[in-house]
Design a binder for this molecule. Sequence first.
Ligand SMILES: [Zn+2]
Length: 300
Amino acid sequence: MSIYDPFSVSRRDELVIERPQANRPHQGKVLAAIQAHADDIPLFCAGTVAKLLQEGYTGYLIQTTNDEKCGPTRSLGETILANEREVDDLARVLGFQQVFHLGYRNHRMDGDSALELRCRLILLFRLLRVDTVFTFNPWGHNEENPDHWVTARAVEAACWMAGMDKDYPEQLAAGLQPHAVREKYYWVARAGQPYNRVVDIGAQVEPKIAAIRVNKTQGPGGSTGSRLKAELAARGLRLPEWGDDDETADREYIRRFVIAPNFKLGQEHGLRCAEPFYYLGPSDDDRAVRDYLAEHAVPL
Ligand SMILES: [Zn+2]
C-alpha cells in the first residue's frame, strides 16, 4: 500500500552532506557503478565508491561501451584493449569485486537495442542483488554524449523493473529472484546538472587520484603530469613540488588541476574535498499509512 504524491518533491531538493561513517554500516550491501567509458567513474564518483567500499559495501563495475574511439593509437583494436585493461586496473585500485564489460560500440549506443541493454542490466541487478547504483543522471541537462544518456536511462528503468515478478520470467526460472535497486547516486557530469547530496571524500583523495591516474589512454589526468615534467626537463626546467619521478608528477598534476573542482566544492561546504550527486533513496511514500495505522488501530 502506498500513497503516491507527485507534488512532494521538496525533500529531494534538500541538500544532504554525507559524512564518513565508522564500523562498516554498509556490510552486506551491494553497489554497482555503471559507466559508459573508462574515465567516467574515476572523474565522477571514485572517492565516494572508495568511501562506501571502506564502509562495508561490496562493489561491481559495469562498463557499457568498448571505448574504441578514445585513445592515442590509430588502431581501434589496440584502443579497445588498452581501455579494457585500464578498466580492470581501475577495479583493482578501487576494490571492486568484478568487472562486466558489456561491449557496446563507443559513441553509437543510441542505435543499440534499449530492450537488450535493459534486460542485461535487470539480470545483473538480480544476480548480484544490487542495492545501490552509481551512474549518469538520466535526465541531466547539457548531456551531449549518447552513450551517457542511453546508459543512464536503461539503468533507471532496470532498477525498478528488476523487482517485478512478471518481467523476464525465464530469469526467475533459472533461479534468480525479483530484486529492486533502492538507492541511486546520479553523478554530475555536465555544468548545470542538479545535485542534492555532497559526499565528504576528504579521506579518499588519494584513492580518487589513483583511479584517475590509471586511466592513461583517454583520461584527462593519466600521464599528463609526467609528460609536462619531460617537456620542462627538455627546456632545463623543473617543478620542485612535482617531485623527481613520473608517478609523483602525475599525481600532483591530477591533485592541482583535474580534481580542483572537488576541492572547491568541499570548501563551499566546510569539507576538504567532495563529490556531488543527485541522490534518490528508498521511497517513504507509505509512511503516512504506516503512521496512521500505528496511531489509530485498536484491539478487536
Ligand atoms: Zn563518458
